[in-house]
Design a protein around this ligand. Sequence first.
Ligand code: 13P
Ligand code: ZN
Ligand code: NA
Length: 283
Amino acid sequence: ALVNTNKMLNQAKINGYAVGAFNIHNLETLKAVVKSASEMNSPVILQTTPGTIKHAGEDYIASIARTASEKYNIPIALHLDHGNSFELVVKCIRAGYTSVMIDASMLDYEKNVDTTRKVVEIAHAVGVSVEAELGSIAGVEDDLYLNDDKKSYTDPDTAVDFVKRTGIDSLAIAIGTAHGLYKGEVRLDFERLKEIRRLIDIPLVLHGASGVPDDLVKKAINLGINKINIATELKIPFANSIKEVFKQNPDESDPRKYLLNGEKSVEEVVKEKIKLFGCYDRA
Ligand code: 13P
Ligand code: ZN
Ligand code: NA
């Protein structure tokens, strides 16, 4: 059965590593993630954004994820990424999601607290874990584009208040990462991360990890990040490897052939990331 993220993330916190949360879009990408995680004997989080749910349907996604959780002997969670409404949260929980993010970080602070608290109340009633965000992470995620000058880093003292008042299980923080790839050099505010980790005792989440150099990822984990979101670094090789098939054989029409290439390329990235996150053999 699918599990919530509490046990896997708290174990990551105690032992100083991070669990990979991989954004999936279809059967092939989902299969690639769980197969790789199983080969690495690693817990794993499958996650979908509201856009993916609109595309594939929360019921279809939940059925495939549930099937995967019965096939493999590792903890697998199904998580709503950047949930943007109370209604969608309820829909996902009803479909079988075991974890949800409510992202009300674009609202003013008190509204973010109220919205998040309401989600925590209903999610906890049925054993579903809740992630929320404070500060705002720049870049493109689905239809949401956040300009660089609209981004704001997470304030440590506000984070303490936020965690206390909402009762969330994990907190996504803004320390300089952005969704998508980076144009210039990646600079992360490690002092801020240190301070947040010192003040808060729930697992911390790093969004926008695609494009962040390995040494910075490792440092973030050492300083207390316990869940790392990867979307773009799976999407690009998936698309590229399929493009490669058609370049070599423009007449290829067998989805089992061209999608298999995509699946294989995603598997490789997932395994590299699990190793990098220190999550190997932690199932
Ligand atoms: P990337 O696309 O940069 O990997 O960000 C993923 C993410 O944060 C999903 O919520
Ligand atoms: Zn994100
Ligand atoms: Na990124």
